[in-house]
Each structure stands twice: as structure tokens, then as C-alpha cells.
Design a protein around this ligand. Structure first.
Ligand code: ACO
Length: 466
């Protein structure tokens, strides 16, 4: 599963979620992606064999060529969602976008999506963009869900779009990029329902990953620090989440109380470490998920300080060993798209969630899933969703059918790493630029895909639809 088609970039994948005291996610579309194999990239970069595929746990990485960007991907995702579920654009009352890919410091991506609604006479749509690294999509989602649950809700749907192109400068972080857009519909009677009281957040001021250089698309990233920050935020969110659950339900929470765990996925290895960390938390809380054999394996680490526990390789190894069977059952079903596409920043968590829907839609009704959203800088929330069958067209099975994940992954186009590097060089040159036309080559894009044709002398961007 390391090789995918062969060709350009772009990638729009979209599920949608909806809610009202409930939320649900529906499938959307992705179009042809341009991807390359991480195994091939290892060789190209001179990295040791297995570093990207086993060490980071990634199979492929998607990227945008010069004709796609976060705006075109979100246009494609939104249009596809509305068409595939037969939703009249007039039925949308709020549109929120989460993104950390900066194309304009003032004008929101949301406004670029408005022509889809303006042409149907609907300009009465609240919402703008939310930004904080990979967390913006979750902020946008919460805004929409809160709106639907509020006294200002006017009975229409909310629509959330997560769209990002994750690119890094040459170096160790480069193989952890990716690109995607996801659209989610929020409304009442959904098959995916928020357990709104069950949320734990952790927010702090840290320089683990940030974008201070406005002339560059690349972040400044301290990879090791970001990994520790992610795990610390996870611990803190889990602690708050468990406390709220215990107050509400009158009993202790452990990983045994959820059927699935879905994580923001900068790269799969961190997801493996994260789930193991939850089990270590359960061990320190003497929770029921930890059996005698696991207790014995983790006992040598019970006296570590918090700080020491983040640095201990032996603990990492032991807890991953203990977690392995539960990881396979409760986490692995959500890892497909992130491993195949790479980090999608704001879309990453929801692409992982879409993988779960794809793999398990026939058995999800009645089950609970816990999601962990992390955005560097840092902002993080753990929250809970429950499933029911739902009604056509928003049934779990129809969502999976519309998402059509297997076909979308199969129909991607694979490029050599050289083409990716060449594209990155062109994009570095173009970033923040004006007065250029693209090659307008949409031959590898699926019908219905939007693409960038021109940025004029006043920085205005023009798009066409294939
Ligand atoms: N075979 C198998 N495994 C290998 C091999 C090999 N040949 N070589 C190395 N490895 C393993 C290492 O042991 C390590 O695994 P471990 O963590 O379990 O020990 C893993 O591969 C990575 O190797 P490192 O040497 O640690 O890799 P490096 O330091 O070069 O870079 C890093 C990894 C830090 C993840 C880098 O890619 C990075 O900075 N990425 C960006 C991270 C990021 O985006 N953080 C922000 C998170 S929030 C957000 O999403 C924006």
C-alpha cells in the first residue's frame, strides 16, 4: 500500500459532520491527489531504510502542485458535499473554516467560498476562519456545534471546512507534510452525536511549532519539543476529561469506556505513543483497563516524575508493548488516511475520524469514540462522540459510500520525490507573489475539482472548475 497512482497533487477529501446536541460526519470527496511514497523518499533523502515508514509510521505523503491551494481544495470539498448529499446552499446558515495555511492576512478563506452560496441568493451566512496550528478545525467545529445548540440558531445547517497544505523546509520534518480539505455538515438528528459535557482542554504558551516569518510558508518547528508538548497536553486533557466524566457519571473513566480513540496525527508513530501514554495514565490512576500482566510491566516506572516519564525510552517501549492489542482494536482503524496522506494539519484529526467511518461504519451504532485535537503553540481538546445508524442520506453506511475512501486512495497519482522537490521550489518562489498565471494543467484532477489559474497584479486569485 505504499504505491498509489502516479501523478499530481491535490487532494480533497471530505466527510461532513453534523449536529445539534448531536453531530455527525458525512463523507465527502477527495479528488485525485498527488502523492509520493515515503519509502522512495527515504532513499532519495539518504535516510536509513525504514526511518520514514517504520520510524515515523508513514506510507505516502500528498502535496499540492501549483494549480491547487487551500482555497481551491475547500471549494471542491464544499461543492462536493452539497451535491452528494443534495443539500441546497440556501440551507446553510453558518460556515466556519479552520486553517493554518496563510494566503491572506485579512481576507478569510470563508469569503472565497461565498460565491457558491451567493449564486443561490444566500449571503446570510455567519462565521469566518479560525487559526491556531492544527487546532483551527476543531475551533471551527465547536463554533458550529455551539451555534446549533444556541438560542441564535435559525434552524439551518452549519458547515465546517478544514483545509491545509502542510509543507516543511528541507530537513527532518519534511517527510511529515501532507495536504487535504475536509467538509463537515452540522445539524440536528445526526448519526454522529456530540457528548458536549465531555470535553477536556489544555492551552498554554509554547514555541514548539509556529510561523513567524510571513515571507515563508514553512513553520519554525522544534520537532522533539512538539512531541513532548503533544504528550503533555494529552495527559492534561485526559485528566480533565476523566474528572468531568467521573463527576457526570459517578464512576471512573478508563480507555475501556470508549470503543475507539482518534488522534491528531502529525505522523503515525506519535499516535502509537499517545495511546500508550493513555494506558500509562490509566496505570497511574489504578484504572480498570490495566490487568495484572500490564501492571507488572509498568510497575518499574511508577516512581518516575512526570518530567522523567516523558524522557524514558524504556517506559515508552513497555507501555507501547502493553498497549499493542488495544491499539490494534481501538486506534488502528482510524490510521489509514493519515498514514496514506500525511499530516493534514487542521484536517488530520477528521481524516483519521473518516478512516474509522470507512473501516467500521457497519458496527459503530451505539459506540463511543474519543477524539484528541492538538494545535502547537499550544491548544488541545479531548472530546467524545457517540454514533447511531442515522437516516438516509446521513446514515453511517451512506456516509462511508459517499466518502469512497478506497477508490479515492487508489486513484491517486504517484510522483517521484524529485517532482515534489521541484514543486516546493516553485511554490517557495510563488509564495506571497503576484502577477502570475499557473500552468492550468488540470489533466490529473477529477471532474468537479477547482484549480488556481491566476494571481493578478493586485494579488487577486482566480479559480476555474474542471
Ligand atoms: N528504521 C526504523 N526506525 C527508525 C529508523 C530506521 N532506519 N531510523 C530512525 N528510526 C526511528 C527513530 O528511532 C525514531 O523513533 P522513536 O521516536 O520511536 O525513537 C523515529 O524513527 C524518528 O527518528 P528521529 O531520529 O527521532 O527523527 P528526526 O529527529 O530526524 O525527526 C521528527 C523526527 C522530530 C518527528 C521530525 O520529522 C519533525 O520535526 N516533524 C515535524 C513534527 C511536527 O510537525 N510537530 C508538530 C506537531 S503538531 C502539528 O501537527 C503541527
Amino acid at each position: 500500500a505504499k504505491n498509489v497512482g502516479s501523478s499530481p497533487w491535490k487532494f480533497t477529501f471530505l466527510p461532513l459532520a453534523s449536529s445539534r446536541v448531536r453531530n455527525d460526519v458525512d463523507g465527502g470527496r477527495k479528488s485525485e491527489n498527488m502523492v509520493f511514497s515515503e519509502e522512495v523518499l527515504e532513499a532519495h533523502d539518504g535516510a536509513s531504510k525504514g526511518k520514514y515508514t517504520i520510524g515515523l509510521g508513514q506510507d505516502c505523503m500528498a502535496f499540492c502542485t501549483e494549480v491547487e491551494d487551500v482555497i481551491s481544495m475547500s471549494m471542491t470539498a464544499v461543492t462536493s458535499l452539497l451535491e452528494k448529499y443534495g443539500v441546497d446552499p440556501k440551507q446553510i446558515g453558518r460556515l466556519e473554516v479552520g486553517s493554518e495555511t496563510v494566503l491572506d492576512k485579512s481576507k478569510s478563506i470563508k469569503t472565497f467560498l461565498m460565491p457558491i452560496f451567493e449564486k443561490c441568493g444566500n449571503t446570510d451566512i455567519e462565521g469566518v476562519d479560525s487559526t491556531n496550528a492544527c487546532y483551527g478545525g476543531t475551533a471551527a467545529l465547536f463554533n458550529c456545534v455551539n451555534w446549533v445548540e444556541s438560542s441564535s440558531w435559525d434552524g439551518r445547517y452549519g458547515l465546517v471546512v478544514c483545509t491545509d497544505s502542510a509543507v516543511y523546509a528541507e530537513g527532518p520534518a519534511r517527510p511529515t507534510g501532507g495536504a487535504a480539505a475536509i467538509a463537515m455538515l452540522i445539524g440536528p438528528n445526526a448519526p454522529i452525536v456530540f457528548e458536549s459535557k465531555l470535553r477536556g482542554s489544555h492551552m498554554a504558551h509554547v514555541y514548539d511549532f509556529y510561523k513567524p516569518d510571513l515571507s515563508s510558508e514553512y513553520p519554525v518547528v522544534d520537532g522533539k519539543l512538539s512531541q513532548t508538548c503533544y504528550l503533555m497536553a494529552l495527559d492534561s486533557c485526559y485528566k480533565s476529561f476523566c474528572a468531568k466524566y467521573e463527576k457526570l457519571e459517578g464512576k471512573q473513566f478508563s480507555v475501556a469506556d470508549a470503543d475507539y480513540f482518534v488522534f491528531h496525527s502529525p505522523y503515525n508513530k506519535l499516535v502509537q505513543k499517545s495511546f500508550a501514554r493513555l494506558l500509562f495514565n490509566d496505570f497511574t490512576r489504578s484504572a480498570s483497563s490495566i490487568d495484572e500482566a500490564a501492571k507488572e510491566k509498568l510497575a518499574p516506572f511508577s516512581s518516575l516524575s512526570n518530567e522523567e516519564s516523558y524522557q524514558s525510552r524504556d517506559l515508552e517501549k513497555a507501555s507501547q508493548q502493553v498497549a499493542k492489542p488495544l491499539y490494534d482494536a481501538k486506534v488502528q482503524p482510524s490510521t489509514l488516511i493519515p498514514k496514506q496522506v500525511g499530516n493534514m494539519y487542521t484536517a488530520s484529526l477528521y481524516a483519521a475520524f473518516a478512516s474509522l467511518l470507512h473501516n467500521k461504519n457497519t458496527t459503530l451504532a451505539g459506540q463511543r469514540v474519543i477524539l484528541f485535537s492538538y494545535g502547537s503553540g499550544l491548544t488541545a481538546t479531548m472530546f467524545s462522540l457517540r454514533f447511531n445508524e442515522g437516516q438516509h442520506p446521513f446514515s453511517l453506511s451512506n456516509i462511508a459510500t459517499i466518502m469512497n475512501v478506497s477508490e479515492k486512495l487508489k486513484s491517486r497519482h504517484e510522483f517521484a520525490p524529485e517532482k515534489f522537490v521541484e514543486t516546493m521550489q516553485l511554490m517557495e518562489h510563488r509564495y506571497g507573489g503576484k502577477g502570475f498565471v499557473t500552468n492550468k494543467d488540470c489533466s490529473l484532477l477529477a471532474p468537479g475539482t477547482y484549480y488556481l489559474t491566476e494571481v493578478d497584479s493586485k494579488y487577486r486569485r482566480f479559480y476555474a472548475k474542471k
